[in-house]
Design a protein around this ligand. Structure first.
Ligand SMILES: Cc1ncc(C[n+]2csc(CCOP(=O)(O)OP(=O)(O)O)c2C)c(N)n1
Ligand SMILES: [Mg+2]
Length: 380
């Protein structure tokens, strides 16, 4: 966790300003430290506070890493097939892919308990699968079929699965953050011990509802972790064009909230770092803002011409793909090429099964559509 004024410190006396908060972690920088992203349009200032690398501290359990790698690979393959189906006209509406960012959702969900809640944006397929939704339920929802998680009526941006604690899937940038705070308030009120994880992009931090939500969560000490997935772009706009600071996690300081920020290159590190914040929320009911630096390899949505970044930039980022890193770690830990191919084949079967299931399922009929369709005075 990065330094931030605690409530009691703030009440006692003003804090001495720090020249460069987070540099106390620099000595922990190891040979595997992720380099600052220097060649990005976004990095007009050298990123501070990103240097704490805990790889030597992260306990690597081969079975767990295999499970997380499997989830990441499943998400990627589901989305690659979804992109193909979209191009064939089998999926309507918008489709925002999570490809490149899987380590965030998978690492985060691994640190949660089954009853905990996840609330996210329209970039939600990976979060839903990481939270336990089946590939079949996701794919069928994308295809608009009754067997989808929302009976085909929600589509890509509104994946919802109450039993698994996946509470959406929202399309309005920043609009879901107060809803997540409401979930955390409900947990505190009921005393159910659940933690809410709220995901959003860095484009949300200039939205008013982000600030209202953080303000209330800090004031009422709610069991929530705000996870800002900073993938450097909001549609085609780099963060430097919309935000006056490079370090998004600084926004926590205004609310006396703990914060953290790190690269999402190692899925086990994501689990550990978010796990710290999740446990703080559970044990002390204190919210945290965590900025996770990541990168999407695909466009903002399927209709993005992608003119705002170079192919060199994308290729450089692909070399840092957390999926490659997890696979390489598994090899180092003794997984053979045959074992890894068998795993890939198993994932492939699950994905193809999901596509077949979605294609063969029924569309919602009038008995479902009619009661769901508004026909009042403002309908036309
Ligand atoms: C209130 C609002 N304004 C604008 C939009 C259009 N819009 C959709 S996604 C997006 C960019 C959001 O970027 P970011 O928060 O960084 O998330 P990312 O897509 O990178 O995951 C915008 C402006 C919207 N959906 N809602
Ligand atoms: Mg973004």
């Amino acid at each position: 966790m990065l330094p931030g004024p605690s409530r009691s410190v703030m009440a006692a006396k003003p804090q001495k300003p720090q020249a460069n908060p987070g540099t106390e972690h620099r000595e922990k920088r190891g040979p595997d430290a992720p380099p600052p992203i220097k060649d990005s349009q976004f990095a007009r200032q050298a990123p501070a506070n990103l240097d704490r690398v805990s790889l030597p501290d992260v306990k690597v359990d081969v079975e767990e890493l295999t499970r997380l790698y499997r989830q990441m690979q499943l998400i990627r393959r589901v989305e690659e097939e979804a992109a193909r189906a979209y191009a064939q006209g089998k999926i309507g509406g918008f489709l925002h892919l999570y490809i490149g960012q899987e380590s965030v959702g998978v690492g985060a969900a691994a640190a949660l308990r089954p009853g905990d809640y996840v609330v996210g944006t329209y970039r939600d397929h990976g979060l839903a699968i990481a939270k336990g939704m089946s590939a079949r339920a996701v794919m069928a929802e994308l295809f608009g079929k009754v067997t989808g998680c929302s009976k085909g009526l929600g589509g890509s941006m509104h994946l919802f699965d109450a039993p698994n604690g996946m509470l959406g899937g929202y399309g309005i940038v920043g609009g879901h953050i107060p809803l997540a705070v409401g979930c955390a308030f409900a947990s505190k009120y009921r005393g159910d011990g659940r933690v809410t994880l709220c995901f959003f992009g860095e484009g949300s931090v200039t939205i008013g509802s982000f600030h209202e939500a953080l303000s209330l969560a800090a004031l009422w000490r709610l069991p929530i972790v705000f996870v800002c997935e900073n993938n450097e772009y909001a549609m085609g706009t780099p963060l430097a064009r919309t935000l006056s600071v490079e370090d998004v996690s600084q926004k926590a300081l205004a609310y006396g909230m703990p914060r953290d920020r790190f690269f999402a290159r190692d899925v086990l590190e994501v689990k550990q770092r978010l796990g710290e914040a999740i446990e703080r929320a559970r044990e002390t009911s204190e919210p945290t803002l965590v900025e996770v630096r990541t990168y999407r390899f695909r466009g903002h949505s399927m209709s993005d011409p992608g003119k705002y970044r170079t192919s060199d930039e994308i290729e450089a980022q692909k070399k840092l793909d957390p999926m490659l890193r997890a696979r390489a770690q598994l090899e180092l830990l003794g997984k053979t090429a045959e074992q890894l191919s068998a795993l890939d084949a198993e994932i492939e079967e699950e994905v193809q099964d999901a596509v077949r299931f979605a294609a063969e399922s029924e569309e919602p009929g009038p008995e479902l559509l009619e009661p769901m369709t508004y026909v009042g005075p403002f309908a036309r």
